[in-house]
Design a protein around this ligand. Structure first.
Ligand SMILES: Cc1cc2nc3c(=O)[nH]c(=O)nc-3n(C[C@H](O)[C@H](O)[C@H](O)COP(=O)(O)O)c2cc1C
Length: 191
């Protein structure tokens, strides 16, 4: 598929999307997500948490996004090229996928103690999150309260899906499939 894909995804053509990848087992699926976003015509900049880099390398995302991946706030060269506040302004849409329970909690409480949480706090762009975690973490009242707080602020929550989870259990917590995430993000872009 390319920028001439379905009408729904065309809403992303030419859009600058900041994709924030967190440290969950589903992080590898975000490599395909980048490809799908680019197929839809989006310009994708990836930022990763420290934990995300334990699951997937920045090089994988760099190869599919054709952009240097941002991995830390404390990178003088990256800051000189495009400071984090400039990057937050650059983004027309911010997608956190997979969104961990930890990062969801940080976003809900307005923390800014790493690159991803700082970018999310510093942007005016619409924010969407695609949670992925163990079903008990997802169902935990703390996570549900954090998600409700984000929804109340206008954050779009994409998924999670119900089904088999990586650790062998089943329940709500699966990352939504990349193409489905792209389609839902396109509806955010259209708003
Ligand atoms: C093997 C493994 C898999 C994990 N998978 C998930 C997950 O799918 N979702 C989640 O919320 N946390 C998961 N965690 C826990 C997070 O990695 C941990 O909370 C981390 O602090 C998240 O950091 P971040 O939000 O900055 O990326 C996992 C941890 C390990 C060791």
């Amino acid at each position: 598929m390319n920028a001439g894909g379905s009408t729904t995804e065309q809403g992303l053509a030419g859009r600058r999307v900041l994709l924030c990848v967190c440290g969950g087992i589903a992080a590898y699926k975000s490599v395909e997500l980048v490809r799908r976003l680019r197929d839809a015509g989006a310009d994708v900049q990836v930022a990763m948490t420290d934990a995300a880099q334990r699951f997937v390398t920045a090089q994988s995302f760099q190869a599919v996004s054709h952009r240097l991946v941002r991995t830390t706030l404390w990178d003088a060269a990256a800051e000189a090229a495009m400071g984090h506040l400039e990057l937050a302004r650059w983004a027309q849409l911010v997608l956190v996928a997979p969104a961990t329970a930890n990062t969801i909690a940080k976003l809900a409480h307005g923390l800014a103690d790493d690159l991803v949480s700082t970018l999310c706090l510093a942007t005016d762009a619409p924010l969407a999150i695609a949670p992925a975690m163990n079903h008990r973490m997802w169902r935990h009242p703390a996570t549900q309260a954090n998600v409700a707080a984000l929804v109340a602020r206008g954050v779009r929550v994409i998924g999670p899906d119900d089904g088999p989870l990586a650790e062998g259990e089943s329940g709500p917590g699966r990352l939504r499939e990349p193409l489905a995430i792209v389609r839902e993000l396109a509806t955010v872009a259209a708003q």
